[in-house]
Design a binder for this molecule. Sequence first.
Ligand SMILES: Nc1ncnc2c1ncn2[C@@H]1O[C@H](COP(=O)(O)OP(=O)(O)OP(=O)(O)O)[C@@H](O)[C@H]1O
Length: 375
Amino acid sequence: MTQNIYNFMLSKERVQAFLKEIEVEDLVHNFQVMGDQVYIDMTAHSPAMHEKKKLEVAMKQAFASEFGGNVEVKLKIASPEPTEVQKNQIKGKEIPGIQNIIAVASGKGGVGKSTVTANLAVTLAQMGFKVGVLDADIYGPSIPTMLDTEGGKPTSVTVNGKELMKPVENYGVKMLSIGYFSGANQAVVWRGPMASKALNQMIRDADWGELDFLLIDLPPGTGDIHLSIIQEVPVTGAVIVSTPQHVALADVRKGIGMFTMDSINIPVLGLIENMAYFTPAELPENKYYIFGQQGAQYLAEDMGIPVLGEIPLVQSIRESGDIGRPAALQENSVLAHIFKKVAQNMIESLVERNTNLPKTEAVKITTMAGCSPKK
Ligand SMILES: Nc1ncnc2c1ncn2[C@@H]1O[C@H](COP(=O)(O)OP(=O)(O)OP(=O)(O)O)[C@@H](O)[C@H]1O
């Protein structure tokens, strides 16, 4: 790249040459230079939202390093029409009545994925949405504890002549978990196909009714169970939960990478940073960034996904999880407000996703390389 040593006015020819130099000429269909502002209309390589964000960040960085901070790039990035290949990646297995299926994932265990799922679920329900939670964490199903339905037993109902499981319900949230079924202890040793069969039954052979959101609390990490679920279930988008520590962030890249692989291509709606800072109960205004600050922001920017919110490390979140009444239910509290903002940001990201991309159906995985251990 040439050095930023130009003192003359920005010209259309210079911008044209630069677009060629950074090899995006083919993607740009129109551009105009007006003083220090460059207006560019272009099309992303793929319709995935993270691709558009990545392109935007890369273009802005490239222009800043070439022309300096005074030049402002105004981008309009369109989605390409889905190609035949992309259309073929999608398998027709829509679940009637369920509008949006959101996978909640984490790169590693213990970052608060289930806590976030439970709080988001009750928040969405309080906002007036119809919400379901599928606890797919077969290694340690904690949704029954966190939503106070331990010992719950899904009953059987007949719907249109078919016998279905009726989800357990509390706080306006319908839920199913492997924890409700006998033999839950054995689930820990299940391989992908078995887990996905059980989970599939909990999704398809259950009377969820009409749902705006079905949140799936995935097991921690990345592996064959995740791939099996993604293969079978038409996930609309994924939400990634992380803590600020460096190790968690390294793992979270893997987690995001699992969804954004070309062969899977599930949009990542955003990153939720849990335990982002510590706030003592007696000093609610004070924030202590024990594990470092802004790591999630940098990572999200780098990977072209939004940060949906920062959730503090607060004793009452753990306590309320243990007693099965999510902290977000504390009316007019700071925590309720934080979870509401996270839910709103998630919906915003989802609306953008649903506007820009074709309806997701179950993903046909063409290669499992790099994600799943060979059996
Ligand atoms: N923001 C928070 N503040 C305080 N405690 C929290 C917070 N988030 C989670 N915890 C606590 O951390 C512990 C782990 O949380 P949780 O079970 O939600 O993690 P997880 O990522 O779902 O774990 P796994 O993936 O291993 O099942 C729980 O005791 C929970 O109450």
